[in-house]
Design a protein around this ligand. Structure first.
Ligand SMILES: Cc1ncc(C[n+]2csc(CCOP(=O)(O)OP(=O)(O)O)c2C)c(N)n1
Ligand SMILES: [Mg+2]
Length: 648
């Protein structure tokens, strides 16, 4: 038996054994795709197991994340820090081998996958980042992004969006191996998936290739070689049999359940393998693979030497390592201006950020003029202008969010994306993954409330703030004026995780903001006169001025403290003492104003508090009229506060 064949069988059996051991997992995909995984890793993928983050590496994304044991098997065989014991611990608490590949848990895992379609779309971000890196830093950064995806990945809508922009941008460095096995969980793809993949991808300006025997590593390797010199992204449809080698091969029964010890043994018998233990990697195979690994390590070492000798090495490192300076807030405040829409302040802040971050990379989903998210004086990223930082994402919010994740994961860039807040719903799965991965990126969501006006309730966000605030690790800012917008941008673009800045369409007045306090997320904007307030009035963004006006008018009747919640997420990270200082437990009279769902506020107003929020959809009318109609006026707020205080 050849070493190649042995390696492929070993990969298959490691998956069978690990899934049996865990009594949970997906053996079918790794068995069917073992040959393509091996051909890719052995013959093409450039990587350095001793330095998994080597910047010159090719990126590999297993979009069909349920086939995680294929990736773990490959990483183990190819010398990454992943032992046989790690494989034995598949799917166990704190193991390096979680159920689906998780970024940050396992060396060599470039992105978290599992929700189908996401990895495929991330890969477009990786490929865009590579193209720009090469344009900026030269041919040492000419590398590839490889993907293995499944039927499910290509059924998901996000793959249409992502493939469409990848083809448009001529991302020739993107090579996708499609594990085409005509099987999903519920049965054959004839149940629900019958379009021509060839015609679909060709129509999206991809190159399409097909391999009839997807278990022939030689054929796969040749196709990959050919794809490398394509002038477009390439999809190689690799026809495979799910669960290849099992008695149940070719059926969905192999997709997501252990095959069992008996069947594992039967496979080994069929393949005439000896010994008959589990988790076997023969020494001869290890030695053979070590030869391949050594060559890869040598290539990486040569790359590093060449990089070290580059005359512009320092500039390249500065470009990719650019961070905001300590005094960024001071700098941004110079741009804070007076009465403007916060989206206009945001546009200004972005230009201010750009002065320090040449590695910004982002754009809008066809709303650049409304989001004010274009980096002025800069070009738009395209096949002809690959060094440019602005991106025209087209109307593809979901792919935009997943691509933004990919750009962040590639490293060295500061990605951002922009659209209307109501369309954040289209992006949720990718926002959630960004948070799970704890990757830095910024979303700019404008048109954040009823203030949208005439476009009506479809475009007026209600529940989106709650949704974004509920994602663990995601930081949301809703600034009330220019100064708060400066704070939000300074923090969001220097943050270590994903953040969003939510901005108004409509003009807001300048407020008496103390930026030092605003940095704490939630803070006292207007202090009571006495030792203790009679009422705490809370608001964020466009409702903060209402709170301040109301407090002023009520001055003689009620001693009011006004608290701004620029960011509940940032406020929550403050000490218990500070939180008590801002929201003393003894003060139970609390009132919150926000032109959005009240759900976010209950933890702050408590059982005795009251909100003036939106627990219904808006309507189509001029924004100012809507604020009046839905009671977001100083007069109405004062009335409600009076009756609230009387009832208490
Ligand atoms: C967004 C999303 N929906 C549903 C699932 C659950 N799921 C996991 S694999 C799969 C489909 C399996 O078919 P395919 O993608 O062809 O993989 P194969 O069985 O061929 O390995 C589904 C529905 C998921 N992981 N992600
Ligand atoms: Mg399938």
């Amino acid at each position: 038996m050849t070493m190649t064949k042995e390696a492929i069988q070993t990969l298959s059996l490691l998956a069978v054994d690990a899934v049996n051991q865990a009594n949970s997992g997906h053996p079918g995909m790794p068995m069917g795709a073992a040959a393509m995984g091996y051909a890719l890793f052995a013959d093409h993928l450039r990587f350095s197991p001793s330095d998994p983050k080597w910047p010159g590496r090719d990126r590999f994304i297993l979009s069909a994340g349920h086939g995680s044991m294929l990736q773990y098997g490959l990483l183990h065989l190819f010398g990454y820090d992943l032992t046989l014991d790690d494989l034995r611990n598949f799917r166990q608490l704190h193991s390096k081998t979680p159920g689906h590949p998780e970024y940050g848990h396992t060396d060599g895992v470039e992105t978290t996958t599992g929700p189908l379609g996401q990895g495929f779309a991330n890969s477009v971000g990786f490929a865009m980042a590579q193209k720009r890196a090469e344009a900026v830093a030269g041919e040492l950064f000419r590398h590839k992004t490889y993907v293995i995806c499944s039927d499910g990945d290509l059924m998901e809508g996000i793959s249409y969006e992502a493939a469409s922009i990848a083809g448009h941008l001529k991302l020739s460095n993107l090579i996708v191996l499609y594990d085409s096995n005509s099987i999903t969980i519920d049965g054959g793809t004839d149940l629900s998936f019958s379009e021509s993949i060839k015609e679909r991808f060709e129509a999206q300006h991809w190159r399409w290739m097909r391999i009839e025997d997807g278990h022939d590593p030689q054929k796969i390797s040749e196709a990959i070689e050919e794809a490398k010199s394509s002038d477009r992204p390439t999809l190689i449809e690799v026809r495979t049999t799910i669960g290849k080698g099992s008695a149940k091969e070719g059926t969905s029964a192999t997709h997501g359940a252990p095959l069992g010890a008996e069947e594992a043994q039967a496979i080994k018998d069929r393949w005439e393998l000896d010994p008959k233990e589990t988790f076997v990697v023969r020494d001869e195979l290890r030695e053979y693979l070590q030869g391949i690994i050594d060559k890869k390590e040598m290539e990486a070492a040569e790359w590093k030497k060449a990089f070290h000798e580059l005359p512009n090495k320092k500039e390249i490192e500065e470009f990719f390592g650019a961070e905001l300076p300590e005094n960024i807030l001071e700098k941004l405040l110079e741009r804070a201006g007076t009465d403007k829409a916060t989206r206009a302040h945001g546009g200004e802040m972005l230009q201010g950020i750009k002065e320090y971050l040449p590695n910004l990379f982002g754009g809008s989903a066809d709303l650049a003029g409304s989001n004010l998210s274009t980096l002025k004086g800069e070009d738009f990223f395209s096949a002809e202008t690959p060094a440019a930082p602005n991106v025209h994402y087209g109307i593809r919010e979901h792919a935009m969010a997943a691509i933004t994740n990919g750009i962040s994961l590639y490293g060295g860039f500061k990605p951002f994306a922009a659209t209307f807040l109501s369309f954040a719903d289209y992006m949720k799965p990718s926002l959630r993954l960004a948070s799970l991965m704890k990757i830095p990126l910024v979303h700019i969501f404008t048109h954040d409330s009823l203030g949208v006006g005439e476009d009506g309730p479809t475009h007026q966000p209600i529940e989106q703030l709650v949704m974004l605030r509920s994602i663990p690790g995601f930081t949301l800012y809703r600034p009330a004026d220019g100064k708060e917008t400066a704070v939000a941008y300074a923090q969001a673009f220097s943050g270590k995780g994903p953040a969003a800045v939510v901005l108004t369409r409509q003009t807001l007045p300048e407020l008496p903001i103390d930026v030092e306090k605003a940095n704490l997320g939630g803070y006292i904007v207007r202090k009571e006169k006495g030792d203790q307030p009679e009422l705490i009035l809370m608001a964020s963004g466009s409702e903060l001025h209402l709170a301040l006006f109301a407090a002023k008018e009520l001055e003689e009747e009620i001693d009011v403290r006004v608290v701004s919640m620029l960011s509940m997420d940032v406020f929550e990270t403050q000490s218990a003492e500070y939180k008590e200082e801002v929201l003393p437990q003894a003060v139970r009279a609390r009132f919150a104003i926000e032109a959005a769902s009240p759900l976010s506020w209950h933890r702050y107003i408590g059982l005795d508090g009251q909100c003036h929020c939106m627990d219904q959809f808006g309507a189509s009318a001029p924004g100012g009229e809507l604020f009046e109609h839905f009671g977001f006026t100083t007069d109405n707020i004062i009335e409600e506060i009076r009756s609230y205080m009387e009832k208490k």
